[in-house]
Write a protein that binds this ligand. Structure first.
Ligand code: PLP
Length: 452
């Protein structure tokens, strides 16, 4: 296919075939092949709340919601309106402080716990983490950084150095020097690592998301706080997935009444419309790193704090507070969790249900764990086979977690209704009743993928 220049009208009119061809030719061919192998190539043309519609008018329920980024669902009208109203403001002036960024920073300081006060704005989760890493080194004058095995913090070089999932790291060595990884949920291991000295910071997710929705033991974050204080290291929380009500509190650290020194944010903050990332820290840490004229512009970003992304963020926070979404997530999440637990009791293919609030993962039994010689050659992908059934038989969008393909993450908007959750539970129940072994599931998946 020859490249050509498009008008916006043409881009809006492009049909499914044209889009897939363009993606194959000019973006990531192998990813399109992968989607095609699961017959996932559908063109979606409209989205609202939990619902998205394809070009043939079929309604789907989106239980992935961009890895939990859509706490208010797709295209929330108040967020769309906020962005529209901010779109005539001057943007990216650089020499004048942005009004939207100023108000968003105040909103963040108002809803985050303790003395978290000063924000830095970037454009993605990874960039928020990059900023936090640099802040830690600049504020402490120390170089060592500690993160967790299988923790996920992004894929840019600094963030990837903190990410503890080996397959994402291997092709890019050498990464940042002086970074150690300790097992998640293990305060003793952290203490041993901190004792070696010179640690600028420990970065951790309150619940590991991409690793498969792993909830640490009760009291872990309190222990982390105490250990970081004792060893003079900053406690940095990655609340990029868990923030803004997802786990049943505004921020997941509030389950343990813990206040970090630095909190990394992104995903839900953009309301599903605009890319935005941020970290928020205390006045004291900020001053140690950047509290002088020479240092105040050491770390900056051209698009960080742009008016449209910040307008979306302001609207997200206002809606989250006004609608008390953390409480709603707690209440409806408990209902969802108990219904999924009930499925786990009745279906041997479910190994465990984990999570908090509306951040829930279902861990599936894998072929390798089933002693059946007929399964030789069937890939270790129970979760992806379930996703195929959910999509092709029930028009439900779902996906396994990034770094752990055994677990499907269900992260619907916090405004989802019980009937929507019931629809998913009912679909899973039927799939698992019809396919009560990995073998049956594998052959029905094959049928679905080869059906004309
Ligand atoms: C916990 C966590 N941290 C960091 C990131 C990186 O964010 P981004 O993809 O916006 O760079 C992600 C993305 O999935 C995440 O889940």
């Amino acid at each position: 296919m020859e490249p050509r220049v498009y008008s916006v009208d043409e881009a809006l009119r492009a049909n499914a075939e044209e889009i897939f061809e363009l993606q194959r030719g000019f973006v990531n061919e192998k990813f399109i092949e992968l989607l095609d192998s699961y017959r996932l190539l559908r063109q979606f043309v409209k989205a609202e709340g939990l619902r998205v519609w394809d070009s043939e008018g079929r309604e789907h329920l989106d239980f992935l919601c961009s890895y939990g980024a859509l706490t208010l669902g797709h295209n929330h009208p108040v967020i769309v309106d906020a962005v529209r109203r901010a779109s005539s403001l001057p943007n990216l002036l650089q020499t004048a402080p942005g009004s939207m960024a100023a108000c968003l920073a105040s909103s963040l300081a108002a809803i985050t716990p303790g003395g978290l006060q000063r924000s830095f704005f970037a454009n993605s989760g990874s960039e928020a983490v990059e900023g936090a890493i640099k802040l830690a080194r600049a504020a402490t004058g120390r170089s060592r950084l500690i993160a967790t095995v299988e923790g996920f913090h992004g894929k840019s070089m600094g963030a990837l150095s903190m990410t503890g999932h080996e397959p994402f790291r291997t092709p890019y060595y050498p990464l940042l020097p002086d970074v150690d990884h300790v097992p998640f949920g293990d305060a003793d291991a952290l203490e041993a690592c901190l004792r070696r000295g010179n640690a600028a910071a420990f970065l951790v997710e309150p619940i590991q998301g991409p690793a498969g929705i792993i909830v640490p033991p009760e009291g872990y974050l309190r222990d982390v706080r105490e250990l970081c204080d004792r060893h003079g290291a900053l406690m940095m929380l990655d609340e990029i997935q868990t923030g803004f009500g997802r786990t049943g509190r505004m921020f997941a650290c509030e389950h343990e009444d813990v206040v970090p020194d630095v909190m990394c944010l992104s995903k839900a903050l953009g309301g599903g419309l605009y890319p935005i990332g941020a970290y928020i820290t205390t006045d004291e840490v900020w001053r140690r790193a950047y509290g002088s004229t020479e240092k105040c512009l050491l770390h900056t970003s051209t698009f960080g704090g742009n008016s449209l992304a910040c307008a979306a963020g302001i609207a997200v926070i206002q809606l989250t507070v006004e609608q008390n979404l953390p409480s709603r997530a707690q209440e409806i999440g408990a209902y969802f969790f108990s219904r999924l637990r009930d499925l786990a009791e009745r279906h041997q293919l479910i190994k465990a249900v984990r999570g908090r609030g509306m951040m829930i993962g279902v861990d599936f039994t894998q072929a390798s764990e089933v002693k059946d010689r007929l399964l030789a050659g069937v890939p270790n992908q129970t979760a992806s086979m379930i996703c195929v059934h959910l999509l092709h038989e029930y028009d439900i969008i779902s996906l396994y977690t990034f770094a752990n393909s055994r677990v499907i993450r269900f992260s619907p908007p916090l405004v989802a209704e019980r009937e929507d959750l019931d629809r998913l539970v009912h679909a899973l129940d039927e799939i698992l009743t019809r396919n009560d072994s990995v073998l049956k599931l594998a052959s029905s998946t094959r049928r679905l993928l080869t059906k004309k």
